[in-house]
Write a protein that binds this ligand. Structure first.
Ligand code: GDP
Length: 472
């Protein structure tokens, strides 16, 4: 061995011995995609995984090879971030009457220390049979935040024009007319008052919230208006788009004019809310999982499904890491594994799971050539974090043997045996929407008996893609 090689080995040995390895895994998805349930499930699976329970995660190689020794929660690194409420979520799922935990509303994190035995090979030999530790930070954040990305490149006027050019879905809400009338009544050159702007911003917020939470659409800007958290009521969120015809000669309006104040708030929102998220958090992620609930959108109808497709493709813009991309220039992101996973596939029969995967690929096709080229591996899967159904078979006089799912309905906890219908393999066409043969239903979480653990679908396969190489 050359002197140089010896030195290099020595340096590597020191790194391995002194520094724990570290991965930041971010989990996102649009509201209701299953982030909280998923994170709770993987923490629970990892904490309970040990060489004796290797069979629980057979496709997670480190488990299969009996090398995963112990996983513990440790103090989280970022003191200004909320902690992911694992204990509360687990308590709800394992209570006397099991409940799904409360959904993600903000960014939060949790750190796990995974102790494992490295494989033979260079690292294994260096550690000489000793164990190694991987520090895993799991960061949960709403996917709606990624929908604000285009605002980084738009000024206020461009943003107003974009919003009004795409109002088709907004105009389906009963709150649309009220909002539009209040904006039309404004004189943008007139002096601004906090109350007036707050009133109209409230109308805009009510409209966005109705569109997403009641009408079932997905695209909304600014993203923080849906779940404002600690920004609720702050002037930085108190803005809305003026109509394109109100923007003419706007630059000449006085400093206290409605136009200037709205423009200033927009700029502040982009500088103090959107940019810091990418700069402080996004740029530090190593691995990213995006969960996608395809079934709710299919149930809702064509307009909502198309909107989800657009929203997901807008989200993929945040993973365009090509050398000339906006993100690369601004934040130098380092995500090297990106996974889109169709969630809750226990809601459909086993024979349809391949279709969901094909559908997810079709949904993502427009933005598909995004990250691969920049050294980021992109994968799609179909999973269920917490299995709430069991597969079954029924004999149908017309169709013969038929696969079904069996579970308890969430609304009344009554047992149901369901054939939810066929999942299209392609983006659904007009015929599909006319026939719309779907009957998906929300299921209550499983009621665990003492000693039982949650069942899942392919979480082990997913963990292997996201973490397997770090546990070699
Ligand atoms: P979030 O908004 O992304 O945090 O989504 P949640 O984790 O709160 O999940 C939203 C809802 O989806 C839950 O309340 C459950 O009803 C359902 N859900 C989540 N994960 C699963 C799953 O693996 N299987 C089933 N059947 N339902 C799930």
């Amino acid at each position: 061995m050359s002197h140089w090689q010896q030195l290099k080995n020595k340096a590597l040995e020191l790194t391995y011995r002194t520094a724990d390895q570290h991965v930041r895994l971010a989990v996102t998805g649009l509201a209701g995609a299953g982030k909280t349930a998923f994170i709770t499930a993987i923490i629970n699976k990892l904490i309970n995984a040990s060489p004796e329970h290797a069979s629980q995660l057979p496709l997670f190689t480190v488990c299969l090879e009996h090398r995963l020794l112990e996983t513990k929660r440790v103090l989280q690194p970022d003191l200004q971030l909320a902690s992911f409420a694992y204990d509360a979520a687990l308590a709800q799922l394992t209570g006397e009457q099991a409940q799904w935990p409360a959904s993600t509303t903000n960014i939060s994190e949790l750190r796990l220390a995974i102790k494992y035995r490295p494989k033979q090979g260079f690292r294994g030999r260096l550690l000489n049979g000793a164990s190694a530790t991987l520090l895993l930070d799991i960061v949960d954040y709403p996917g709606e935040w990624l929908l604000d990305l285009p605002m980084l490149e738009q000024d206020y006027q461009q943003w107003c024009r974009t919003i009004w050019a795409t109002v088709t879905n907004l105009s389906r809400s009963p709150f649309y007319d009220e909002f539009k009338a209040s904006v039309m009544a404004l004189q943008p050159a007139a002096d601004a008052s906090d109350e007036l702007l707050a009133t109209i911003a409230n109308h805009y917020q009510r409209l966005l919230q109705d569109m997403v939470q009641q009408q079932g659409f997905y695209l909304a800007q600014p993203g923080r208006m849906l779940l404002p958290g600690d920004l609720a009521g702050a002037p930085i969120l108190s803005f809305f788009p003026l109509l394109p015809e109100q923007l003419t000669a706007a630059d000449a309006f006085g400093r206290n004019s409605i136009y200037q104040i709205l423009e200033h708030r927009y700029q502040e929102y982009v500088a103090k809310v959107v940019r810091p998220f990418y700069h402080d958090y996004f740029a530090g992620f190593d691995r990213q999982l995006v969960l996608v609930d395809c079934f709710t959108a299919l149930n809702r109808g064509k307009a909502q499904f198309d909107d989800m497709t657009k929203a997901l493709n807008a989200i993929t813009q945040s993973f365009r890491f090509g050398r000339r991309s906006l993100l690369r220039r601004l934040f130098a992101p380092k995500i090297d594994r990106l996974l889109f996973a169709a969630s809750k596939v226990d809601q459909i029969t086993r024979d349809q799971q391949g279709n969901v995967l094909a559908l997810l690929n079709a949904i993502l096709a427009p933005g598909r050539n995004f990250a691969d080229s920049a050294g980021c591996a992109v994968e799609t899967m179909a999973v269920s974090a917490i299995r709430a159904t069991k597969p079954g078979m029924v004999r149908d006089s017309e169709y013969g043997e038929q696969e079904v799912v069996v579970g308890n309905r969430l609304s009344d906890r009554q047992p149901v045996t369901l054939y939810p219908g066929q999942v299209p393999r392609q983006l659904p066409d007009a015929v599909f929407w006319q026939q719309q043969g779907f009957r998906f239903c929300d299921f209550a979480p499983p009621q665990l008996q003492p000693g039982q653990t949650f069942e899942h679908i392919r979480l082990d396969y997913l963990l292997n893609f996201l973490l397997g190489d770090k546990l070699q």
